[in-house]
Design a protein around this ligand. Structure first.
Ligand code: ARG
Ligand code: ZN
Length: 899
């Protein structure tokens, strides 16, 4: 008897309000795998019992693309039926006594291109079960509130699959007949099915033994393909730092004898926190100085940290249902951001990390929150949960946790974490449970006082806007700031209630540039003050303000809001020069650049001024670049213009080509007006000695790279051939990938004739390094468009022998770099970019719906586009939506976009 079921009929929207506890608990799971790429047999022996708190009902087990061969209850055959993808068992023992359920299925890992469940990559087996991949391995109650103890036996051909891994501890292993062998793993922690993992293949490991503060010994392992071992040192160092940090900052030790990381080159996302057996995209593991950039090193550190921190925030305490996803993701992103900051030796490097994180939030999450896919941090409904692994759940969720820390203090928040684990260790809980624990541990805090209102951050989508206005009374020496807050409607939420918004404030003397001491209600409060906004309108008055001040508002980006303040250019220049808050210093420069961009876009509708930037801005940028004490990483951030996406977000009607032209004109102006300064900056920062990926030396490399980019750009104007020549030489001689890639980028992005030979040489040098080839593809697909040359180049790249649509990293490197990260190339007046997009979405959907749905989001903001883009985008969306056999993933994205 064998049943093969495919998804059938339109799937239903799932609502948070419909949550009910499971009708059965699964206490133990004993899985045996006979691993074979073309037919893997899975024997699943479970003990279940009825949940006494729920009315008796049939057992409905989830399964997807499984061949069902046998079902036994307490060792006996039983009747069952199929309801869509569910296996339904009606004749189960009455009462709450445990019973045994045995299910035998087979699946076809080699045909699994969705990369969910059990799949094959480079002749090895991997799994990805979050969110709902376990049902592609066996029939199960595939939901996070069902937690069980797992025993796993793996059997496979020993020559082809010498390494057999699963969660927990290896308790037995040995040889079998016919060249096969086995390994038996027992996980001592109960876990939800989404944390299950297995790996089998030819892998080698870097190993490290460590002793924790508590005196326990642990084995850390990083598994990679033979040949990649020399690229694992940084991941291992990051893992050791993560273990030490979680113990030091939150008192959370490693609870496993063995902690494994395995890298695979075929992976839908960044990495996965499976208990004791994290599976990573190679992109977030492999690095050496010849193949990885400083940015790669930093990303590896934060993703290794992120997955490790999930061991407590996610695994020990998990989510009751997938609507609570931010419970683990927002909290764990917050933790990985704090980790990366705490690893910085210099305070200025902490600020740089904060600015980078805010930049991601504002360029990716703010648009999401203003578009058709806007959803609360705790969503109310979804069609496909994979579509909700978003910047809102992750990055905005992290900002909510950061605000809780701000409202309770760093020490208070740590106390809150302790209480959270005291209450909920081993359970599957909700975002409410978390917020309540943090508040309860801090009874006197603003968070405790405002908790119900604070929780609107979890339920209301959209980015709040805070408008502020200042009044200085010179005679009374008072300065009053008037605030008002609002939030635009989002899909399904027409009206928003006021949020709790912590606003960190300071004042800078407009004339003196000095940080002014603050006093509020007759009390001196130091140089910074935290005002907590709760009402639609609110004011604060500072006393003893001896000179007209410039307000520095929302220091450190203390809340995820848009701040509107009618700063004059002079005020912004004063903040840029003098603010003691590094974030607002950077922000002042961004506001000045944004203002020039928007003015230039609004004026002369068809011709672009060659000089959108005014002299004062140029002089200020020169002063920052040449500043004697600011560090290079910060300078590089200040001198980076707001992205085209960020500029577009400020406009009601978006002409992407106009934005592109104006921003390119601004870049050219910075290149030429600061030419001598860039030459100076390159000379001063080019030599960094031996390679170390620390913040200080990577900041220097970033600034030197920026200088080269501007010098090559200037060469397109002044006919100079010296700098492009020097750049090619640096490209050839570079001792590390950061310098080499920056030089290559300078040649490619300036469109210089030397770019071709540099690209060819780069390909030849790195033809066997998949992650480096991804950079090679991405650079060409993402390069600045000059008259529409990028789309034909992208089509050629897709025909390149190294291109492979089935590999997510490679698909992203070409298709996403063009459609999602190259607005000037993608938004073409002839609509060819959108036609290309629709074709790729449809093509990818048949292979990997998750990747396709991410790509589908490239047109999220189509309603803001000016004509002819708007109509063409709608047509492309409609063409995709008209397909009747779309995945739920893509269906949800395009239907919401068109709604
Ligand atoms: N929990 C993982 C992480 O953030 C992400 C897994 C997402 N997987 C998915 N198929 N949507 O660390
Ligand atoms: Zn995560």
């Amino acid at each position: 008897m064998s049943y093969l079921r495919e998804a059938s009929g339109p799937a239903a929207v799932i609502h948070r309000g419909d949550y009910t506890a499971p009708a059965f608990w699964i206490d133990t799971v004993d899985l045996s795998f006979d691993l074979d790429p073309s037919k893997t047999r899975v024997l699943n022996k479970m003990t279940l019992r009825r949940n006494p708190d729920v009315q008796a009902q049939p057992l409905r087990l989830d399964g997807e693309e499984l061949n069902l061969a046998r079902v036994l209850v307490n060792g006996q055959g039983t009747s069952f039926k199929m309801d869509g993808n569910q296996l339904v068992l009606e004749n189960l023992p009455e009462g709450t006594e445990p019973f045994a359920l045995e299910i035998f299925t087979t699946c076809v890992p080699v045909k699994n291109t969705k990369l969910m469940g059990l799949y094959v990559s480079n002749d090895s087996f991997f799994t990805q079960c979050e969110a709902e991949g376990f049902r592609r391995i066996t029939y199960f109650l595939d939901r996070p509130d069902v937690m069980a103890m797992y025993t796993v036996t793996l059997r496979a051909d020993k020559a082809k699959f010498p390494v057999l891994l699963s969660n927990g501890n290896l308790v037995d292993s040995g040889d079998l007949e016919d060249g096969r062998h086995f390994a038996k793993w027992v996980d001592p922690h109960k876990k939800p099915s989404y944390l299950f993992a297995l790996v089998a293949g030819q892998l080698v490991a870097r190993e490290q033994r460590i002793t924790s503060r508590a005196g326990k010994d642990h084995l850390l392992q990083v598994f990679v393909r033979p040949g990649d071992l020399d690229k694992t040192e940084h991941a291992m160092n990051s893992l050791m730092a993560s273990v030490a940090w979680d113990e030091a900052r939150f008192g959370l030790p490693l609870d496993l004898e063995r902690f494994m990381i395995v890298a695979t080159s075929d992976f839908n996302m960044g990495a996965m926190e499976n208990k004791g057996l994290n599976i990573f995209n190679t992109k977030y593991v492999l690095a050496n100085q010849a193949t990885a950039t400083d940015v790669d090193y930093a990303n590896i550190e934060s993703v290794v940290g992120h997955e490790y921190f999930h061991n407590w925030t996610g695994n020990r305490i998990t989510c009751r249902d997938w609507f609570q996803l931010s419970l683990k993701e927002g909290l764990t992103v917050f933790r990985d951001q704090e980790f990366s900051q705490d690893l910085c030796a210099e305070p200025s490097a902490r600020a740089v990390k904060r600015i980078e994180d805010v930049r991601v939030l504002r360029t990716a999450q703010f648009p999401e929150d203003a578009g058709p896919m806007a959803h609360p941090v705790r969503p109310d409904s979804y069609l496909e949960i994979n579509n909700f692994y978003t910047v809102t759940i992750y990055e905005k969720g992290a900002e909510l946790v950061r605000m809780m820390q701000t409202l309770t203090s760093r020490a208070g928040f740590a106390k809150g974490m302790t209480l959270y684990f005291e209450r909920f260790d081993g359970q599957a809980v909700t975002c409410d449970d978390f917020a309540q624990a943090i508040a309860d541990a801090n009874p006197g805090s603003a968070l405790a006082a405002l908790l119900p209102q604070f929780k609107r951050w979890y339920s209301q989508a959209g980015t709040p806007r805070v408008a502020a206005r200042g009044e200085y009374d010179a005679a009374a020496q008072t300065y009053t700031l008037h605030f008002s807050q609002s939030c635009a409607a989002t899909p399904g939420q027409p009206v928003k209630e006021p949020f709790v918004i912590p606003v960190s404030l300071g004042l800078i003397g407009a004339a003196s540039g000095a940080a002014l001491p603050l006093s509020v209600d007759g009390q001196a409060v130091g140089g910074s003050h935290l005002l907590v906004l709760t009402d639609a309108q609110q004011s604060i008055t500072f006393q003893n303000v001896a000179e007209a001040p410039v307000p520095s508002i929302l220091r450190g980006f203390s809340a995820p809001v848009v701040l509107d303040f009618d700063y004059s250019d002079a005020q912004l220049l004063a903040l840029l020069a003098n603010d003691t808050d590094a974030f607002n210093r950077w922000e002042a420069g961004q506001r000045l650049a944004l203002r020039s961009a928007i003015n230039s876009i609004a004026s002369s509708a068809n011709s672009t001024s060659a000089t959108p930037l005014n002299d004062a801005y140029i002089a200020a940028m020169r002063a920052v670049l040449r500043h004697p004490t600011l560090d290079a990483a910060f300078k590089e951030l200040v001198l980076t213009l707001p992205s085209e996406t960020y500029i577009a977000e400020q406009l009601d009607v978006v002409d992407p080509q106009r934005i592109h032209a104006v921003r390119e004109a601004m870049r050219l102006q910075l290149a030429t007006a600061l030419h001598a300064d860039w030459e100076w900056a390159f000379a001063v920062h080019e030599n960094n000695g031996g390679y170390r990926p620390d913040p200080v030396s990577s900041g220097r490399r970033a600034l030197a790279g920026m200088a080269l980019n501007f010098l090559c750009l200037a060469a397109t104007q002044n006919g100079d051939s010296v700098w492009p020549g020097k750049t090619l030489q640096r490209f050839k001689d570079a001792g590390n990938m950061t310098d080499r890639f920056n030089a290559l980028q300078a040649l490619v992005n300036s469109g210089h004739a030397l770019a071709g030979q540099a690209l060819a040489r780069f390909h030849a040098l790195f033809k066997d390094e998949a992650l480096v080839l991804d950079k090679w593809f991405a650079l060409q697909a993402g390069t600045s468009d000059r008259g529409g040359q990028v789309l034909p180049a992208v089509r050629q790249l897709m025909a390149h022998p190294d291109f492979n649509l089935k590999n997510p990293n490679r698909a992203r490197s070409v298709i996403f770099s063009f459609c999602s990260a190259n607005p000037g190339g993608f938004h073409r007046a002839d609509a060819a970019g959108y036609v290309f997009w629709a074709d790729r979405v449809i093509e990818l959907d048949a292979i990997n719906p998750q990747v396709a749905a991410r790509l589908a989001r490239a047109l999220d903001r189509w309603k803001k586009l000016a004509e002819p883009y708007r109509s063409a985008a709608r047509e492309a969306l409609a063409r995709v939506a008209a397909k009747t056999d779309l995945s739920n993933d893509v269906r949800e994205v395009v239907d919401r976009a068109l709604a």
